[in-house]
Design a protein around this ligand. Structure first.
Ligand code: SF4
Ligand code: SF4
Length: 449
């Protein structure tokens, strides 16, 4: 694909889809906040089309609008014309980066260190994760904070440091063997994608995913070293890097020998299902990418598709352990990007003793949106506060959500909110894995191979 004006090089039918009906407006959090047409899906699409037509330059104002958009894709769900907003936004952001209209050398250096360097080298990323784990575990981080050293940092770095998530070791490669087989003859063979952020921060979710797949007759293939899916890159306008990572992933797996490729992260899954579109025109990889897209499934989608086994009531006494009030917050990319709404709820409703309570506006973004809490901290905080109020109103003791970014954002918010500090945040699959473990005789996972 030509690198010249990414929006212009898009199939023009994608740019023409919007019929300006405005049905997306009430679903858009940034329009809700500002009531500015340019901060609405319809307004942004108009701006993108003007850039594609050469009637508008890519200015800092255009860049700011593309950055202010959460990429939550609620507008896609609402749109009767089937607008492919995700593709439009990725290309608009790509054009902003290509023309270098925002940011100085520090921003470029930060993006290079993360997107171009660290997140393309899984071994190095894990080494960085281990160093961070040591820094946090030894108390060095806490000590430096107490001494006020962080106050010496520039404001943006200080804000980022305050949001540094807790690294959880060991990582997925030490929790899951490259091949694990169920106790009974396998009915399916699936690959488990362990992610990059998920790998460093939420290894137990990956272990729980493997356990649930095994409990449902799946042989689980989990390469010890995996590549980032590239969603971080695509959502931040680095489409060439995203293509490079897609090719590396296609090279890593023997797709023909798999029944499904399982993701447990809403944001990653949404991107993983679009490799064919990303690699359109790539003679070497496109056919493989089409086969790949057909097999990618969110774990909840896959389990419902194969008829997930409902966990038993468990040993006497264990029902009380499970008796929990749970509420569910939908990851935007799971709900709006992948259209997976009912499956996580179906799985939760299977769990004996679990009471599911509705969360008002569970389809409204929590403000996580990738790096949005760093790039747009004010709007991110407003959306988080709105979400926390709704969570508090449920009275739930557990909040379940199917995306690491959302879990991070919600955990950060709940920790600081006295109403919610005791609430546990987890992935729905963890609750299902725990229910299997509580069953009579207990499920001990797997035979490792
Ligand atoms: S992706 Fe979300 S924030 Fe962006 S235009 Fe669509 S609804 Fe609005
Ligand atoms: S709902 Fe779809 S067609 Fe209507 S204005 Fe929004 S993006 Fe355009």
């Amino acid at each position: 694909m030509s690198e010249l004006n990414l929006l212009k090089s898009l199939d023009y039918s994608v740019l023409q889809q919007c019929m300006h009906c405005g049905m997306c407006l009430p679903t858009c959090p940034t329009y809700d906040e500002t009531k500015f047409e340019r901060s609405s899906p319809r307004g942004r699409i108009r701006l993108m089309r003007e850039v594609a037509d050469g009637r508008l330059d890519v200015t800092p104002t255009f860049a700011e609008e593309m950055s202010y958009c959460l990429g939550c894709l609620a507008c896609q769900t609402a749109c009767p014309a089937g607008v492919d907003y995700a593709t439009l936004l990725e290309n608009a952001r790509g054009e902003v980066e290509r023309q270098h209209v925002v940011g100085g050398p520090m921003r470029r250096l930060f993006r290079w260190c993360t997107l171009s360097f660290l997140f393309r080298r899984p071994r190095l990323l894990r080494a960085f994760g281990r160093a961070m784990w040591l820094y946090q575990r030894t108390g060095l981080q806490g000590g430096l904070r107490r001494l006020g050293v962080m106050k010496l940092l520039p404001k943006q770095l200080r804000q980022m440091e305050a949001m540094t998530p807790t690294v959880v070791a060991p990582f997925s490669n030490a929790r899951i063997a490259p091949l694990e087989t169920p106790k009974t003859p396998p009915k399916y063979r699936v690959a488990l994608l362990t992610g990059c952020v998920q790998d460093l921060l939420y290894g137990p979710i990956n272990r729980a995913t493997a356990d649930v797949l095994l409990a449902n007759g799946c042989e689980v293939v989990t390469p010890a070293v995996q590549f980032c899916c590239g969603s971080l890159h695509a959502h931040n306008g680095e489409l060439e890097l995203a293509r490079d990572l897609a090719r590396r992933n296609l090279d890593l797996y023997d797709v023909d020998r798999l029944d499904a490729i399982i993701s447990n992260a809403g944001g990653c899954g949404s991107h993983l299902k679009k490799y064919a579109e990303l690699l359109h025109g790539d003679e070497r990889y496109h056919v493989r990418a089409v086969a790949w897209d057909r097999k990618v499934r969110d774990v909840s989608e896959w389990l419902v598709e194969i008829g997930c086994r409902a966990p038993g009531a468990g040993r006497p006494g264990s029902l009380e352990d499970a008796a929990t009030t749970v509420t569910y917050d939908a990851s935007c990319h799971l709900l709006h990007g992948q259209k997976i709404a009912s499956q996580p709820l179906t799985l939760l409703q299977m769990i004996p003793g679990l009471k599911l309570v509705h969360l008002v506006e569970s389809d409204w973004c929590c403000g996580s949106a990738g790096v949005y809490s760093i790039t747009q901290p004010e709007q991110s905080a407003k959306l988080l506060a709105r979400k926390l109020d709704h969570i508090a109103a449920t009275g739930a003791s557990v909040l379940a959500s199917g995306n690491p970014g959302c879990l991070l954002q919600l955990e950060n918010g709940m920790r600081r909110d006295p109403r919610l500090a005791q609430i546990r945040a987890c992935h729905p699959i963890e609750l299902l894995a725990e229910a299997y473990r509580r069953e009579s005789g207990g499920y001990d996972g797997s035979s490792r191979g």
